[in-house]
Design a protein around this ligand. Structure first.
Ligand code: PBG
Length: 313
């Protein structure tokens, strides 16, 4: 692959292409020739709820193309990637993260607190549905899917009063100006690894892995996403489960008073999402950055103790 361009595989959506372009630019600036290959996925072709079409709808076609040597690198939204490892593939890099928070786009510039009871808010994510219901604002939540333009269009057309979307996606397609409120993680904890990308290569393509690691990887994002996804994996939940997690690398003092980087993690799991009595379970912990996996498992264990075993999906 030293002589031929690096083939970067992407889904065809505007968001996916924008994400892939940022990685392509990083490689080009480092002096490498790239070629972008678009791979169509069932997730793009169907508008059925994710729960019906299954985990990995957005990622499996890219992974197959990578395993078949049709591309050298696959770029995924990290939060869409199943937690089970894929044999033959390796996570070569996790680029610097966009703002991980969720965002509200509401009619007339309204914030969540300004939406009157009975307002209709669109989101298909059980995690967002649960946290919206738990606010007790009397909002009616309706399921929606479709790309970013389609979702925002439902507010513009008057069909919905508001939609909740990942801020990162809006940033990548240049629509942050339409956000009427960026939601505080205290009210709306993002999905594990939201706003982060996962860059995969083939296990045997050591050269591509090394290149991506050195040019694209961001250590702080990698360890944060690792801890967040360990919460999800331990709860044995997928990307459409009512689970949120957010980790930050923070400066802390060690036992000798020296400043050290630590990883601070919050997690939530919801029970009763489908009924009228949703319950949000919360846990948090802090650990050394090298213990990201253990930290995630510890937060998940606390959520399980609180009753997260009864997750509805
Ligand atoms: N599940 C769809 C999906 N996958 C990644 C993003 C946004 C970008 C990101 O979180 O990295 C979105 C849309 C959304 O949740 O609004």
């Amino acid at each position: 692959m030293t002589d031929s361009p690096i083939r970067i595989g992407t889904r065809g959506s505007k968001l996916a292409v924008a994400q892939t372009q940022t990685i392509a630019n990083m490689l080009t600036e480092a002096g490498h020739e790239v070629e972008i290959v678009t791979v169509s996925t069932p997730g793009d072709r169907s508008s059925a709820p994710i729960a019906e079409i299954g985990v990995g709808v957005f990622t499996s076609a890219l992974r197959e193309a990578l395993l078949a040597d049709e591309i050298d690198v696959a770029i995924h939204s990290y939060k869409d990637l199943p937690t089970a490892p894929e044999s033959g593939l390796v996570l070569a890099a996790v680029p610097p993260r966009e703002d991980p928070r969720d965002a509200l786009i509401a009619r007339g510039g309204l914030t969540l607190g300004e939406l009157p009871p009975g307002s209709v808010v669109g989101t298909g994510s059980p995690r967002r549905i649960a946290q919206l219901k738990a606010l007790g604002l009397g909002l009616t939540v309706v399921p929606i899917r479709g790309n970013i333009d389609t979702r925002i269009g439902k507010v513009t057309s008057g069909e919905l009063d508001a939609v909740v979307l990942a801020r990162a996606g809006l940033a990548r397609v240049g629509r942050v100006d339409e956000i009427t409120e960026t939601l505080d993680p205290l009210q709306m904890l993002p999905a594990p690894a939201q706003g982060a990308l996962a860059v995969e290569t083939r296990v045997e393509d050591v050269e591509a892995e090394r290149l991506l690691r050195s040019v694209v990887d961001d250590e702080a994002t990698r360890v944060a996403a690792k801890a967040e996804r360990a919460v999800l994996a331990t709860l044995e939940a997928g990307c459409s489960a009512p689970v949120g997690a957010l980790a930050d690398v923070v400066e802390d003092l060690d036992s000798e008073g020296q400043v050290v980087d630590r990883l601070s993690l919050r997690g939530i799991a919801a029970t009763g999402v489908d009924g009228d009595s949703v319950n949000i379970l919360k846990a948090s912990a802090i650990a050394e950055t090298k213990d990201a996996d253990e930290l995630g498992r510890a937060v998940a264990a606390e959520l399980l103790d609180l009753g997260a075993g009864a997750l509805s999906s």
